[in-house]
Design a protein around this ligand. Structure first.
Ligand SMILES: Cc1cc2nc3c(=O)[nH]c(=O)nc-3n(C[C@H](O)[C@H](O)[C@H](O)COP(=O)(O)OP(=O)(O)OC[C@H]3O[C@@H](n4cnc5c(N)ncnc54)[C@H](O)[C@@H]3O)c2cc1C
Ligand code: FES
Length: 275
C-alpha cells in the first residue's frame, strides 16, 4: 500500500562532503518497504523545485518506525534536502515501485553496487542476512567507487558478515578498475553462473554494461534503474525504458516501453535496452 503524508525528519547526517543520510519517522513506510522500493519526496513547500525527487529506501527500523535514505547532492533538490533540519516535516509518497525478487533456494547471491547504487543494495543485503532461509556465506557484495574516500557503509557491511570485495577506479583501495571489471574477473571464483541471483545498481553506463553481460552469459540479474521521475505514479510516461520480453510467449522478442516508476525500478537485466 502506498502512503502520502507529512513525515518528520528525525536526523540528518553528513557522511562525506556531498553525501547525506536522512532518517524519517514513518511507521507505514518502515513496515511496508521492501528492498528495491523507493520514496518520492517533495523537497520544498513552494514551486522550486516543483517535482518530487526519488530516493531508494536505504534502511528501515521496524521498532523505531523509521526509514532512511542515502543521497548525493547533484542539483538544487538534493542541495535543499541536505539543508533540512531535524524536526522539519516533508511530504513523502511511498513505498513505491516493485522490489527485488528474493530466491528461496540455496543459491549464490551476488550484489554489485557502483557509487550511489549502494543505497538499495544495502537494504537488500540487510534483508537477506536477516532471512532465515539464506546462508550469509552465499552472499557476495561487490562495491566500486571512483576513489577510496567515496566508500560508505563499510562498517555496516562488515557487521553483516557478507563477503565484500572492493574496487576503485584509481586503484587507491581494493581491486583497480570498475566494478563491472571486477565482476567479470571474479565471475568464476564467486560461482557466478546460471543458478546465481545477481542484483545490481549504479550509474546508467554501469547498468548498460551489467545488462550486456547478463545477456552475453545468460545470467539472472536484476537491475535497479534510475531516471528522472516527474510523477512517480505511472501517469506521465516520463520515465520509460525500452523493454524486450525474454520468454517463450508470442510477445517474446518484441520491443515495448515500460515505466520505471510503476513497472520498475527493478528489471531483469536481459529484458531492458539501455542507452
Ligand atoms: C527509483 C530511484 C531511486 C533513486 N535513489 C537514489 C538514492 O538512493 N540516492 C541518490 O542519491 N539518488 C537516488 N536517485 C536519483 C535522485 O532521484 C536524483 O539524484 C535527484 O532527483 C536529483 O535531484 P536534484 O534536484 O538534486 O538534481 P537536478 O537539478 O534535477 O539534476 C542535477 C543533475 O543530475 C542529473 N539527474 C537528476 N536526476 C537524475 C536521475 N534520476 N538519474 C540520473 N541523473 C539524474 C540531472 O540530469 C542533472 O545533470 C534515485 C532515482 C530514482 C528514479
Ligand atoms: S514518472 Fe510519470 S510515469 Fe513514471
Amino acid at each position: 500500500m502506498v502512503f502520502q503524508k507529512k513525515v518528520k525528519l528525525i536526523s540528518s547526517e553528513k557522511l562525506t562532503s556531498d553525501l547525506f543520510r536522512l532518517r524519517f519517522f514513518c511507521p507505514e513506510v518502515a513496515k511496508g518497504a521492501k528492498p528495491g522500493n523507493f520514496a518520492h519526496i517533495r523537497i520544498s513547500q513552494n514551486t522550486t523545485p516543483l517535482l518530487r525527487r526519488a530516493f531508494s529506501i536505504f534502511d528501515v527500523d521496524l521498532k523505531k518506525k523509521t526509514f532512511d535514505i542515502l543521497f548525493k547532492v547533484v542539483g538544487l533538490g538534493t542541495k535543499i534536502l541536505s539543508e533540512k533540519k531535524k524536526g522539519e516535516s516533508l511530504d513523502v509518497l511511498g513505498p513505491l515501485g516493485n522490489s527485488f525478487l528474493i530466491s528461496s533456494k540455496e543459491q549464490n547471491l551476488v550484489l554489485v553496487a557502483g557509487g550511489m547504487g549502494i543505497a538499495p543494495l544495502m537494504f537488500l543485503a540487510s534483508y537477506l542476512v536477516k532471512s532465515e532461509k539464506i546462508k550469509r556465506e552465499k552472499i557476495s557484495f561487490l562495491y566500486g567507487e571512483k576513489t577510496k574516500n567515496n566508500f560508505v557503509c563499510l562498517g555496516q557491511l562488515k557487521k553483516l558478515g557478507v563477503k565484500t570485495v572492493l574496487t576503485t577506479e584509481d586503484g587507491t583501495k581494493g581491486f583497480k578498475g570498475k566494478v563491472t571489471d571486477l565482476f567479470l574477473k571474479r565471475r568464476i571464483k564467486l560461482g557466478i553462473g546460471k543458478n546465481c541471483f545477481i542484483y545490481s545498481c549504479g550509474p546508467q553506463k554501469m547498468m548498460k554494461k551489467m545488462s550486456e553481460l547478463s545477456k552475453k552469459y545468460d545470467l539472472f540479474c536484476q537491475l535497479s534503474l534510475e531516471t528522472h521521475m516527474p510523477c512517480g505514479l505511472g501517469a506521465c510516461f516520463g520515465c520509460v525504458v525500452k523493454y524486450i520480453k525474454n520468454d517463450t510467449t508470442p510477445l517474446a522478442g518484441q520491443a515495448t516501453y515500460k515505466r520505471i516508476c510503476v513497472d520498475g525500478p527493478i528489471f531483469d537485466a536481459r529484458e531492458v535496452e539501455l542507452d
